[in-house]
Design a protein around this ligand. Structure first.
Ligand SMILES: CC(C)(COP(=O)(O)OP(=O)(O)OC[C@H]1O[C@@H](n2cnc3c(N)ncnc32)[C@H](O)[C@@H]1OP(=O)(O)O)[C@@H](O)C(=O)NCCC(=O)NCCS
Length: 145
């Protein structure tokens, strides 16, 4: 199977988000973020030969100051379909996406279960654990230049 990077509309990411990120919601139509349609928000995916979105993420212009440094872009809704996990596709997608924003630093609310993935991608933990309702334990993580 071959995979290719795409820039997406949030509408086309709802199905994977529902399956992987927010199965507690009642329908995929609810799997949208308030910032999904902001002019500066951008969505990316990796699709397989059949056109199926197998991994996705969203980049939001939302700055956060951490230890007196400003991280300007927020990574949100990073997800990979269970059928393609641990194949390196999400790391490839993240590397590709970060290359689209040269010179920018990133932050995210990382689910505890995804922390090993982000560490492998060169991100760093910058908080104690905190809890997000309905989702679970998270850590603030950053990716410096
Ligand atoms: C987190 C997630 C996106 C990782 O996707 P993935 O496609 O499996 O990740 P990759 O295959 O690109 O992994 C890159 C590296 O991280 C490692 N890795 C990925 N997930 C891991 C895990 N749960 N535990 C340990 N290592 C992990 C891989 O083994 C790989 O290591 P390598 O470079 O030494 O081979 C995926 O597991 C997922 O969608 N999880 C559920 C949703 C979620 O939690 N999203 C994050 C929200 S903050």
């Amino acid at each position: 199977m071959n995979y290719s990077f795409q820039e997406e509309s949030a509408m086309d990411l709802r199905s994977l988000r529902f399956l992987v990120l927010w199965p507690h919601k009642s329908a995929m139509e609810e799997c949208l973020l308030d910032v999904d349609f902001a002019e500066t928000t951008r969505h990316f995916s990796m699709r397989n030969d059949e056109g199926m979105v197998v991994a996705c993420c969203t980049i939001v212009q939302e700055a956060k100051e951490v230890s007196r440094k400003k991280y300007v872009l927020r990574l949100r809704a990073m997800a990979a379909h269970p059928s393609v996990r641990k194949m390196g596709l999400s790391k490839q997608l993240l590397d590709h996406v970060m290359g689209i924003f040269p010179g920018k630093s990133f932050w995210c609310d990382a689910r505890e279960v995804a922390v090993p993935f982000y560490l492998k991608c060169g991100w760093e933990i910058r908080s104690e654990v905190y809890h997000i309702q309905q989702i679970g334990p998270h850590y603030l993580m950053i990716k410096d230049l």
